[in-house]
Write a protein that binds this ligand. Structure first.
Ligand SMILES: O=C(O)[C@H](O)[C@@H](O)[C@H](O)[C@H](O)COP(=O)(O)O
Length: 248
């Protein structure tokens, strides 16, 4: 696993813009190198702001989305089109405004989807879709970039301190039933799936994330700080504004 690097920007606005510019360039390079790019998106405030910035960043470099697959690191297990779903917010910020083949956008099933109101069934369906895309490489594609917001309690995706899913090293995707951040039911990649990524980018804005960022960088026990287990195979970058970086 790669040692984390830190990139700092003055505030959330400049942070989202900087991540978006680098993400557009990284996606373009991945497609140029391998003909395809797999990106895992995150929910949360700065994560969605970054997606909104990515729209313009991609336009500025003429990014061709036809070779890009978009996934999610986690999802709030709610009905389709619910305004609180990470997919809904990502569509509003970015996906509805870019020319990406619809079959290359891979949402995590909703609570009113084909499998009904069963979190585990949604997790199983999503893991199967990931396995198909991995084409024998492993349980999940090696994401060119896995974007992750950071919770004030040092959670990433829907892997929360003290919950058993943090230690699950068998499944690629699991259900969460008692998340402390509403809604309680979620579907999430596990840490091994995150660590299969080429690049893991943590994005944190605000003083409230400063301690979680510090724990993430010093590499505390994942039981207390799941962010400390979020590392990429090739690189790990903590993208921080000055407030989130204030304790390092
Ligand atoms: O479903 C979610 O809520 C996200 O996937 C979650 O992991 C989020 O990224 C962090 O909680 C940070 O969110 P904020 O940036 O809004 O603090």
């Amino acid at each position: 696993m790669s040692e984390p690097e830190v990139v700092r920007r003055p505030d959330g606005e400049e942070l989202a813009a900087a991540v978006a510019d680098e993400l557009a360039r990284t996606i373009r390079s991945a497609v140029a190198d391998r003909g395809v790019a797999h990106v895992a998106l995150t929910g949360g405030g700065i994560g969605i702001r970054t997606l909104a910035e990515l729209r313009g960043a991609a336009e500025r470099i003429g990014l061709d989305w036809s070779g890009v697959h978009l996934w999610w690191g986690d999802e709030r297990f709610l009905p389709d089109k619910d305004g609180e779903r990470n997919e809904t917010q990502a569509c509003e910020a970015l996906i509805d405004h870019i020319d990406i083949p619809s079959h290359q956008v891979h949402p995590i099933p909703a609570s009113d989807g084909a499998d009904g109101d069963e979190v585990e069934h949604a997790a199983t369906r999503y893991s199967r879709e990931l396995a198909v895309a991995a084409r024998g490489e492993g349980p999940v594609p090696s994401f060119d970039v896995c974007l992750l917001g950071v919770g004030p309690d040092a959670h990433v995706a829907s892997l929360f301190p003290g919950l058993p899913q943090v230690h699950d090293d068998e499944a690629a995707v699991v259900g969460v039933y008692d998340a402390p951040k509403p809604p309680p039911r979620r579907v999430t990649l596990t840490l091994p799936s995150i660590r299969a990524s080429r690049r893991v980018w943590l994005i944190a804005s605000g003083e409230g994330k400063a301690e979680a960022v510090r724990l993430g960088l010093v590499g505390g026990p994942v039981e207390e700080a799941p962010v400390a287990g979020a590392r990429g195979r090739e690189s790990t970058v903590f993208w921080l504004d000055e407030d989130a970086a204030s304790r390092i």
